[in-house]
Design a protein around this ligand. Structure first.
Ligand SMILES: [Zn+2]
Length: 477
């Protein structure tokens, strides 16, 4: 069989149901899908092997592996047609791209603003967004943020914000897979003059983008305390009719927990009482849960987006992710937005995640490396309802993966590839990233847009925002 791309000789973590790992392995891609994966010795079915053909030295192009050939001439491996592109992967780790299940990418424009203040969301963020968020800001800041995400190995992300159609356009340009929720709130928003104007905005957005190969448009009611029960029911009904997910902050803050405690027992039980809990819902944070809430989330098939770095920065308790996973809740990992978690690379969150779970449970054996890596990849895809397409490296799935320089100082030596990927790998190790079979990052840089131009745009946006941010900071001093 001919392939568009064959990478041979890399260590491959598949994250499939059997925890298969090939060292050395190969992966073959055609029309954006994985058509072959296995031990390197079996790569011959897709053309000549790197060890017999061309310049097979591991040195070559140290960034992406030596390009053994870029196609064209006849195969040297009998009558098997040669792959269009053949990469020597020796010295590299290939694994599924990260799935970041909770972000607000456009908030890259505000990273570092309003830090270390109590009640920041209501006192600082909402007023700041009202004053500063525009369609242009969302587009440019989203694109900027996607460079950071893609270059650190994220291939899929789930986002909640305003002007979500601009996030979609930016993602289409960057080449990233995404689930994008248009925000709905009970007050006038940057993209909707009327309270709840986000609902009709979301419907137009979903209508425009549904069926896109990479973008899944959907609803994002902000939270239990910013969208009332009637409107949550309306959103749920429309999400059902349009067959799209719902992204929402759930059981995130102490004030929210206190508000729903007396009338309903908890925020989760309140949502259940109005029919919101079902497999469509991706609940972000889920910090304030009791035993009944965990059982209820599992029973209703709700997915959880766990954001350990962002929660820690807010001084919140450690969400009991290991208990949710043990209960059978689909759970993925999220960075949260650049204002909440600051770093948008999944390596930072992934490295922290099992450590905090061990702290919270008081047991070293809690959240083993491979289980942690699962949450950052296939677990996230399951949470978003797209595990049939992405999240693991298996024949038939879309080719969404990262290639990291595993020979680098911080990654050697390797005795346990899962431990290396979780605790040792850093964003700078990621050299190339493929989404849907397209190289969206090559040699550490974006292929979909000009990085210098994106940086220039962010510089101008930050210049425009600086005065208002300083004024608001003064106000909440
Ligand atoms: Zn959030």
């Amino acid at each position: 069989m001919s392939a568009d791309l064959v990478i041979e000789g890399a260590t491959i973590i598949t994250m499939d149901g059997q925890w298969r790992l090939f060292d050395p392995g190969y992966i073959a891609v055609k029309d954006g899908a994985i058509v072959g994966i296995g031990p390197a010795a079996e790569a011959g079915a897709f053309g000549r092997s790197a060890s017999t053909g061309g310049d097979a030295s591991a040195g070559g192009d140290a960034s992406t592996g030596g390009d053994v050939s870029t196609g064209g001439d006849a195969s040297t491996g009998g009558d098997v047609p040669e792959a269009k592109r053949h990469i020597d992967g020796r010295g590299f780790l290939i694994m599924p791209g990260f799935v970041n299940v909770h972000t607000h990418v456009a908030m890259a424009a505000f990273r570092g603003a309003g830090e270390d203040r109590d009640d920041r969301l209501l006192r600082f963020l909402f007023p700041m967004e009202k004053a500063l968020v525009t369609r242009e800001l969302v587009h440019e800041a989203s694109r900027f943020c996607m460079a950071e995400m893609a270059r650190s190995g994220t291939t899929t992300f789930a986002d909640m914000y305003y002007f979500e159609d601009e996030v979609a356009r930016a993602a289409d340009q960057a080449g990233l897979r995404c689930v994008l929720g248009q925000t709905v709130v009970d007050f006038p928003a940057p993209d909707a003059a009327e309270p709840y104007g986000g609902i009709s905005y979301a419907e137009r957005f979903i209508d425009e983008w549904k069926g896109h190969p990479l973008v899944t448009p959907c609803f994002a009611p902000h939270a239990t305390y910013t969208v009332d029960a009637d409107h949550l029911r309306v959103i749920h009904g429309r999400a059902e009719r349009l067959d799209v997910p719902i992204l929402m902050h759930v059981a995130e803050t102490q004030a929210e927990a206190a508000r729903f405690k007396a009338p309903h027992g908890s925020a989760v039980r309140y949502l259940d009482s109005i029919g919101l809990l079902d497999p469509r819902l991706v609940a972000a944070h889920t910090v304030y849960l009791d035993d009944d809430d965990i059982a209820l989330l599992a029973r209703r098939g709700v997915a959880a987006a766990h954001c350990p770095a962002s929660n820690a920065k807010s001084g919140r308790p450690i969400a009991q992710a290991w208990r949710l996973m043990e209960a059978g809740v689909r759970l993925g990992l999220g960075t949260d937005g650049p204002v909440s978690g600051n770093g948008m690379d999944m390596e930072g969150v992934l490295c922290l995640f099992p450590k905090l779970q061990k702290v919270a449970s008081g047991r070293r054996e809690t959240m083993a490396s491979r289980e942690a890596l699962r949450a950052a990849t296939i677990g996230g895809a399951e949470a978003l309802g797209i595990a049939g397409r992405t999240g693991s490296l298996e024949i038939g799935k879309r080719a969404d993966f990262l290639m990291a320089d595993s020979g680098d100082f911080n990654m050697q030596p390797v005795y346990d590839w899962y431990a290396t990927a979780v605790y040792a790998m850093r964003p700078h190790n990621v050299r190339s990233v493929w989404v849907d079979g397209r190289a969206v990052v090559e040699d550490g840089h974006m292929t979909g847009f000009d990085e210098a131009e994106a940086k220039g745009a962010m510089g101008r946006i930050a210049g425009d925002c600086r005065g208002e941010i300083a004024r608001l900071m003064e106000e909440i001093r």
